[in-house]
Design a protein around this ligand. Structure first.
Ligand code: ARG
Length: 652
């Protein structure tokens, strides 16, 4: 049941016909942060003091008088200046837990259905998939699972970047420096090598001419710092101190930039073969762009190469999806929309929504400094053009109530403009959301990269996580101590579930809008806020149920009398019955982290319970009650992790 909204509704009834805006005030009910304030707390009376012109404690007692909640809670208490504290009745909690146990959906209701299109993962294919792609894939998949579980209709669509400039790069590289034997032996690896070669040369050719200017800039900044330091800081001159601080910041940024430029230059200078290619193919970026343009114009040779490369790229990413257990209803990439672009631009021109400016076709949008360009002067279409066509297509074919874009926060402006343009096109009703997420950082606080400077390949990372998981969970000493006898195959299976779960959970448990540091060692640990910890608690529930030799079936569940005598039992039951609230909030805010943290809290409370309350050794009546708690905890964890796309194992 949705407790929070149920309680809020009771408050709304109590406020109606008396307080203006009853609904809004009723929303001020929250889960109490400290047990001594009860389970729920309503901070409603204080903000009402002014509009009603009465002392808050008086208002509070009037609310309590009118509040009908004795089927759920003990008599409400008024505390301090006028807080209303609520404590659920143990009998209510016990009945709610039993209801969860008996229901295959753990008593989670279905909401009024909306239809969602979820655009997620959407990598630019034919270049190595990297750790940044995990976020969109894992968050998007979890959001789909959550929405579906709550009863919504979900259409997932992988908007592949299969038509971009990377193809010009690969086509150029393939035409000029493919190693045919290597291509025959392992085409994916050779294409990926070609891509990296072209990328390195382009990086080199753009960095090289900037290097001297950047060095001069840094020297100038350093001189300015010396000068500012001399007049400033020590003498308590505020202005100068500010200047010094500002300069230090600029210097740090310039140093970082310089280092990046130097890395790019060095990568080629240190490699004679790359250096030769760079000399033989000047201005490679333009050459590659020309190949992309040819592809887009339908040049038969380039189109044939694209058709040859695409299945390879798809097979590659499908491997990753299989490993992650992620599926899509549709995979309609950018190339799919290409034939629709020119008529879309004409339509917008005809409707007066787009106008020509300096040869380019633009949509000017209120509130934005720069327009959205939909066709460049040379006739090329842009990312935004494709996205507009994509929305039109989705509205036509799927008639969704909402479209979610699970994409890096750096694309925020793109989506703001896109959505504004869609409104101009007259689509007012559909909800459009950029479900943004932050960057995955390395230990140095910069976007995650390997030592060699290339972004880490995704499959390699997955393998690494599984290997570390094996090291932690299947450590022979640990297995010995816990008396677990597992075959090598079982251990491998556990390591896979734990390793993949660890990567996903590290991503999902962080608030998606913030950056987070990628640390494989930490994410597979048995202690701390990790999937491993939660999976371990699940395995403990499974283990104790096995040992009890009880047949958990309807008739057993029926006859168990749930007693919540100790604080640990009660806290556990309370957390259990808040499951649906966590799901609803998580889905409502498109924030899997809310569910992840709910599960972590549940797992911790289970550990406390396990520590303080004997189960198998308890007297029979208590034993059954506690076993039932273990059973429901296990099911909530399994269901909850499943909604995060994470598996469990019965023994670990
Ligand atoms: N391919 C894009 C990228 O890797 C993400 C696409 C997101 N979806 C969209 N409809 N724009 O940056």
């Amino acid at each position: 049941m949705q407790l929070l909204s149920t309680i809020a509704a009771r408050f709304e009834n109590a406020l109606r016909d008396w307080v203006p805006d009853a609904e809004r005030y009723a929303q001020l009910v929250t889960i109490a942060r400290e047990p001594k304030h009860g389970d729920y707390q309503a901070n409603i009376a204080m903000p009402l003091a002014k509009p009603l012109g009465q002392p808050p404690r008086e208002i509070a007692s009037r609310i309590v008088e009118r509040l009908k909640i004795d089927d759920l809670c003990e008599p409400p208490e008024i505390a301090g200046p006028g807080f209303i504290n609520l404590r659920l009745q143990n009998a209510f909690l016990a009945a709610a837990v039993k209801q969860m146990a008996a229901d295959e959906r753990l008593a989670v209701g279905k909401q009024p259905t909306r239809r969602f299109v979820v655009d997620f993962s959407s990598p630019n294919v034919a270049k190595p998939m990297h750790v940044g792609h995990i976020r969109s894939t894992v968050i998007g998949d979890s959001i789909c699972r959550l929405l579906r579980f709550l009863g919504h209709e979900v259409i997932s669509d992988n908007h592949l970047g299969d038509w971009g400039t990377q193809f010009g790069m690969i086509i150029y590289g393939y035409k000029h420096f493919v190693d045919s034997d290597a291509f025959r032996a392992n085409p994916v690896a050779e294409l990926s090598r070609i891509y990296r070669v072209v990328q390195a040369i382009i990086g080199y050719q753009s960095a090289r001419p900037q290097l001297d200017a950047e060095k001069r800039r840094l020297t100038r900044l350093r001189q300015q710092l010396i000068a500012a330091d001399a007049t400033g800081e020590g003498n308590g001159n505020k202005e100068a101190a500010k200047k010094v601080k500002q300069l230090r910041k600029e210097i740090a940024a310039a140093e970082m930039r310089l280092r990046e430029l130097e890395e790019k230059v060095q990568a080629v200078d240190d490699d004679p073969q790359l250096a030769r290619l760079a000399a033989e193919h000047p201005d490679l970026e333009t050459r590659a762009q020309r190949e992309t343009a040819r592809l887009h114009q339908g040049d038969p040779e380039n189109l044939a190469l694209w058709k040859q490369f695409m299945p390879l790229a798809i097979r590659e990413i499908d491997n990753v999806y299989r490993r992650l257990g992620v599926q899509f209803d549709y995979t309609l990439g950018e190339s799919f929309y290409h034939p629709m672009l020119s008529s879309l631009v004409e339509k917008l021109l005809a409707a007066g929504i787009a106008t020509e400016s300096d040869g380019a076709i633009c949509v000017f949008l209120e509130g934005f400094e720069t327009p959205m360009i939909i066709r460049k002067r040379d006739g090329a279409f842009l990312y935004a053009t494709t996205d507009l066509a994509t929305i039109e297509y989705r509205l036509d074919h799927f008639a969704p109530d909402a479209i979610l874009y699970v994409v890096d926060h750096r694309q925020a402006e793109h989506f703001q403009k896109l959505f504004a343009a869609v409104r101009r096109l007259g689509h007012k009703d559909v909800e459009l959301q950029h479900v943004a997420f932050g960057t995955v950082l390395g230990p140095d606080g910069r976007p995650f990269k390997t030592r060699s400077g290339s972004v880490v390949g995704l499959e390699y990372l997955l393998d690494e996580a599984v290997e570390r998981a094996y090291g932690v969970v299947c450590d022979p000493q640990r297995l010995d101590r816990s008396g677990l006898e597992l075959t090598e195959a079982q251990q491998k299976e556990i390591a896979e579930v734990v390793g993949i779960g660890a990567i996903k959970y590290a991503d999902l448990s962080h608030n998606r809008t913030s950056d987070y540091e990628f640390n494989i060692d930490q994410m597979v640990q048995l202690e701390g806020n990790t999937a491993t910890y939660i999976q371990y608690m699940y395995a403990r529930t499974a283990s104790i149920l096995r040992k009890s030799e009880i047949m958990v079936d309807a008739s057993w569940l029926e006859q168990v009398d749930v007693v919540l005598e100790t604080p640990a039992e009660r806290a556990l039951a309370l957390q259990l019955v808040q499951f649906e609230d966590a799901l609803v909030q998580s889905a409502h805010e498109y924030m899997p982290s809310i569910l992840a943290n709910y599960l972590y809290t549940l797992a911790r409370q289970y550990a406390v319970f396990f520590d303080q309350c004997p189960v198998l050794a308890a007297p029979p009546s208590m034993r059954d009650s506690r076993l039932l708690l273990c059973y429901v905890v296990g099911r909530v964890i399994r269901q909850g992790l499943d909604l995060l796309g994470i598996g469990v194992v019965e023994r670990m």
